[in-house]
Design a protein around this ligand. Structure first.
Ligand code: ANZ
Ligand code: ZN
Length: 851
């Protein structure tokens, strides 16, 4: 080939190299390799049908890292698969009359093709889809192991019930309290549901967060809050008069130090005491019903007006038999937390203060804010800070902390309370009354009860012949599927028709990627080769549930003895979103505006017009690409037009990876030009050069600084910085007059862009007559001597006499300076084979060799 093609042509290059990588199995991970192992993982996608820009950004980042780590000599596992069960497939089945399986598999085929066109270095040989029996069958085996280990149980619990469609609804299917399809008001129904005992690991999941130094602080805090460990005192208030069975109200408090500031006791609407009283109090029953309707989600409770119902009962203060407190049923007390009852301290808790002002209850200061310390508390803002206890008998004068301890000690010694820990975390309800999920592998027998499906009968596969024309669970109404014989007694029995929450599927997929035997979910020894995942990359939307569940499964499997790893993800990175401005037209009062796709709009400096009618549309804020706002750019036509490398480059270069990336036409065009510029630089390689290397010191300094910097940047996932450094180097190459040094720099430049723009890099590498694929080449290493700016001239003495001078890079380490000095021919002549007794190095100045 002559001087090379003028322009880089991705149309030809992209497929050529993609085929080559496939044919050579370049990115297949070898579990038995002796090289150091690195596991790079991006959160696997839901096969919705098409890849979106968020995927492209996510997978490009992981890809750069994976390719980089390979070039650095690691054996890299970088797999891809499909989180393929879930509601959208059933919705498609209902709306379009297709089979969820067919729909899902077609989507997977489409998206696999799209991913392949982007040239991601995935080990496709390990591809998996959670909807296939060879995945979910192993999940069923793990479920049975957990069941045997006592980590699974069944309990009656409330579900959302659509009374028109006669079906259970997922939380996402309840919109403003109504069923998403029927529009009917959703009811709470009690059903027997399966639970996983995540709370057994609450303490461990919490303390484990401390070790996760490679996780964003923000995510660790979110998990910590979700687990929600609270320490305090649980104690009983005696009722002055018995209410039915009830003699006592147990409360939980994190602030026992404020016990002398109590002004009321309140119980939840679902508290047994409230339920008992409501039986012959219609007014209370109505109030409780209203509390239930308005919701008890934490966020709602915070914002809604604090309201209560005075039961007329009185509770006795545990530290003063003459002190009686009114007992309320209140809408801000939740039944599912602590004991479902509290004592209220208005001066030091905002909810209690709002409540006290509304019902005109006493507000007594018991913690001094440093200024005021009298019992009279004015104002409507509770004081929740630290301070000295006041107006509190034996506690007065103590710090908040000491007073907490003092009250707990006294309660325990007098026997009316106990120090206790309360968790916000609840066990994980995993039952879904859905078709498109992993069947829960148990059988219900009238004689034997719940019987696990014997492992040799796994997988329990989903029936294919199901219909979605009527609401409800197709597994339940299937004519034959659920009718089986009991594996224990042989009598007629029923299969469980609940399927597993799809979060179960994503709680162990990273283990199956690492090891895929046929006869078991994974091999512990092989998993140990790869795990923990060195770098996990995904969206912040998974900061809580997915990551917590995956951490829990890993621990649970370790607990059972199936695994040796406790924390699955050593480092976590949450990338920013890809955003775009919106185009809309107001449709007048009360109506939702019309949104338009960027494809249908022509944007200019002064605004945008809709192509179809030539009239202006409103240009809105730059926000996350979403179907509802129609501000989505489909990656595929962009890849058609610019090739994979320009798209990848754009994903990396314009914003720090944790920030949002605004998509723009100008941006992708800029990337395209920069890709071409790298190509032109590659063409500058001069094949027949002679002469001495090391002449263009400026270039070499820039080169080695770029190598050191890019290496560091990629390690830190600071891709945009790496790109910037590459361009500094590009400019230096373009200016250089030394063809031999330039060649060195061009080779290194290509190696450095290889993880980012791999097709271009392979193409240029081939034209250079280099051996093999650049994907297999070694990552360049910076030469320390070029990393310092200035040079120093040093004197080299042998036995105190000047024998040579050398120009070296300033700041060169002592051992390297010494090595250079000893390498001098003149110096060697004076040493003349004698034993060197000592070498004195004064950095940047002098080397004295004593013989
Ligand atoms: C008295 C008190 C005084 C409280 C004070 C707070 C401040 P965290 O930190 O979230 O665990 N509480 C207890 N159970 C509750 C329930 N089921 N529903 C609503 N509120 C409940 O919060 C613990 C505090 O929340 C407890 O401490 C209790 O109010 C309230 F100056 O007791 B506290
Ligand atoms: Zn039986």
């Amino acid at each position: 080939m002559t001087a090379g093609t003028e322009r880089f042509n991705p149309l030809a290059a992209d497929t050529r190299w993609q085929k080559k990588w496939d044919a050579e199995a370049t990115f297949q991970a070898d579990s038995s390799s002796g090289k150091p192992k690195k596991y790079i993982l991006e959160m696997f996608p839901y096969p919705s049908g098409r890849i979106h820009m968020g995927h492209v950004r996510n997978y490009t980042m992981g890809d750069v890292l994976a390719r980089f780590e390979r070039m650095r000599g690691n054996e890299v596992l970088h797999p891809m698969g499909w989180d393929a069960f879930g509601m959208p497939a059933e919705n498609a089945a209902m709306e379009k009359g297709v089979h969820p399986g067919g729909w899902t598999r077609q989507n997977i085929a489409n998206m696999r093709g799209q991913l392949k066109r982007l040239g991601f270095a995935f080990d496709w040989s390990r591809e998996l889809a959670t909807c296939e029996p060879d995945y979910y069958g192993h999940e069923q085996a793990l479920f049975l192991d957990m069941l045997a280990a006592g980590l699974v149980y069944r309990k009656e619990s409330a579900v959302n019930w659509d009374p028109v469609d006669h079906t259970v609804l997922a939380n996402e299917q309840v919109i403003d309290g109504r069923g998403w399809r029927s529009g009917a008001l959703v009811e709470k129904r009690k059903l027997n549901q399966w639970f996983l005992k995540i709370t057994q690991f609450a303490d461990d999941l919490l303390s484990g967060l401390d070790e996760l130094k490679g996780w964003p602080e923000k995510v660790r805090t979110m998990q910590e809050n979700w687990i929600g460990k609270s320490q305090g005192l649980t104690f009983g208030f005696a009722l002055v008069e018995k209410a039915g069975e009830h003699q006592n109200i147990d409360v939980f408090s994190t602030r026992p130090d404020t016990i002398y500031g109590a002004s009321f006791v309140a119980v939840a609407a679902d508290h047994p005491l409230a339920l008992a009283l409501a039986q012959d109090n219609a007014e209370l029953a109505a109030f409780a019903e209203e509390c239930r309707r308005t919701g008890t989600a934490a966020a709602e409770v915070e914002t809604q007006e604090k309201r209560g119902f005075d039961t007329g009962l009185k509770a006795v203060h545990p530290l003063d038999p003459n002190w009686q407190l009114p007992v309320y049923v209140a809408n801000f007390v939740l039944m599912g937390y602590g004991t479902g009852a509290v004592f209220g301290v208005p001066a030091h808790d905002q909810r209690d203060l709002d409540f006290a002002r509304k019902y005109d209850l006493p507000v007594r200061r018991v913690v001094s804010d440093g200024d005021a310390s009298d019992a009279q508390f004015d104002g409507n803002e509770a004081y929740t800070g630290p301070g000295t206890i006041v107006n509190s008998e034996f506690l007065t004068g103590m710090t908040v902390q000491d007073a907490q301890k003092a009250v707990i000690d006294r309660a325990e010694s007098e026997g009316w309370g106990k120090g206790s820990t309360v968790w916000r975390l609840r066990d994980w309800g995993i039952s879904r009354q859905r078709y498109w999920g992993t069947p829960i592998p148990v059988i219900h027998c009238d004689s034997c009860g719940v019987v696990p499906v014997p492992k040799d009968q796994l997988p329990v596969t989903l029936p294919e012949d199901v219909s979605f024309d009527v609401p409800g669970n197709p597994l339940d109404r299937h004519p034959t599927w659920k009718h089986v014989d009991c594996p224990q007694c042989g009598k007629t029995a029923r299969r469980e028709t609940d399927t597993l929450d799809t979060f179960a599927d994503s709680s162990w997929y990273f283990l199956r990627f690492a090891s895929q035997p046929d006869d078991k979910p994974f091999d512990a020894a092989e998993v140990a080769q790869w795990l923990p995942v060195g770098q996990y990359i995904g969206g912040i939307e998974h900061a809580i549930l997915h990551l917590l569940y995956a951490r829990f499964w890993t621990r649970a499997l370790k607990h059972i003895g199936l695994l040796d790893v406790a924390e699955p993800f050593e480092s976590l990175f949450t990338q920013g979103m890809v955003t775009h401005e919106t185009y809309s037209r107001d449709k007048g009062e009360g109506l939702k505006p019309d949104f338009f796709s960027p494809d249908d709009v022509t944007r200019s400096a002064d605004g945008a017009i809709l192509d179809s009618d030539g009239q202006p549309v409103e240009v809105g804020r730059v926000i996350k690409m979403s179907k509802s706002k129609k501000n989505v750019i489909d990656p595929e036509p962009i890849v058609d037009q610019y090739g994979a490398d320009a798209v990848r480059w754009f994903m990396l270069s314009d914003s720090p990876p944790e920030r949002d990336l605004p998509w723009s036409e100008a941006g992708i065009e800029g990337s395209w030009r920069l890709v071409q510029r790298v190509w032109r630089i590659a063409q500058m390689l001069d094949k027949d050069v002679a002469g001495e290397a090391g002449q263009d010191k400026d270039l070499l300094r820039t080169l080695h600084k770029a190598i050191a910097g890019v290496t560091e940047d990629i390690e830190a996932l600071a891709f945009n910085k790496a790109v910037a450094r590459i361009f500094t180097l590009a400019t230096a190459i373009e200016k250089s007059q030394s063809s031999i040094d330039r060649n060195t720099a061009i080779r290194a430049l290509l190696l450095m862009v290889a993880p980012m723009t791999p097709h271009l890099a392979e193409e240029a590498w081939m034209e250079m007559d280099a051996d093999g694929l650049i994907a297999n080449a070694a990552w360049p290493v910076a030469d320390a001597k070029w990393l310092v700016d200035d040079e120093a001239t040093i004197a080299i003495q042998v036995k105190g006499k000047l024998r040579d001078t050398l120009t070296i890079a300033k700041g060169l380490p002592k051992d390297e300076t010494e090595a250079l000095a000893l390498a001098s021919e003149k110096v060697q002549r004076f040493i003349d084979g004698a034993t060197i007794r000592k070498v004195i190095v004064v950095p940047d100045r002098l080397v004295n060799i004593v013989i």
